[in-house]
Design a protein around this ligand. Sequence first.
Ligand SMILES: [Zn+2]
Length: 315
Amino acid sequence: MRRSFAPAPKSSLIAAKGVPQSMRIALLSGVLLAGCASARVAPEAVPAQANPVSTADGSTTSPARATRLPDAAQQGAMVLGTTSPAAIVEYAGRRLKVTPYGTFVFGIGRDASGDAVVRIRQPDASNGIEHHIRITPRDWPIEQVRGVPPATVNPPKAIAERIEREQAAVAEARTRDGDETGFAQVFIRPVQGRISGRFGRARSYNGQPGAPHSGMDIAAATGTPVKAPASGTVIFANPDLYLTGGTLVIDHGHGISSTFLHLSRIDVKVGDTVRQGDVVAAVGASGRATGPHLHWGMNWFDVRIDPQLVLERNL
Ligand SMILES: [Zn+2]
């Protein structure tokens, strides 16, 4: 669903959710620009750009290119859209990068509900368009995980602090908004094997409720090569985190990242560029794991998304 904007105060951009439809109407002209450090002028003083947009390959694109977005997306989905490369795109209070081909991306959280609202203003338009994407709810069954070492379920204070520190370092790495465009590739599975754990299921460890499962588990023998599911840049690599063992994060660009846990070996280092299909690590059972498997998590910044949906998107 899409609708045009009419004038409204800046505050209307902040919280569309829970606001009556009639109040969601807002003028994008200038308002989004006002959020940029370089735009200190009054919104009405910002001229609309009417010129065609030059892309990286030297061709010229019409700034009025239509936006494409799905009408609905499941909880945990990675959503790709296209528009003109110079458009201003905003979602969840964040200005999204747009590739020279007009592609942008964002993620929908496991517990998101209602509509995902994307605001887009074309460079030659004074008004923006608000796109509403219906979020489809999913079932999240509870999964029992038994046989986990008790010290990893109820760690002593010093260990709890170490876990917190390590998780903060991984979270910090995922704040990067890189220019890589691997996120737009057709993703491949990092290893072949039976899926032994699914994204989003509420988990109980040794009978104690835990956080929902943050990724997909694929059963495979220790030492099985792990391939990059899409191209990107290594933004985190540590062979020995307390809970997650050998831990590797690859940034596929625009906030989309893959995280691999419980690795027995890591073959790349922070800053390395990897291509889709490159071997980057090996399966293991390090950290809190009941046996050798690959845990593959995906994120859009701090929002966890479902790798299975990313793979299915390409079917
Ligand atoms: Zn897992």
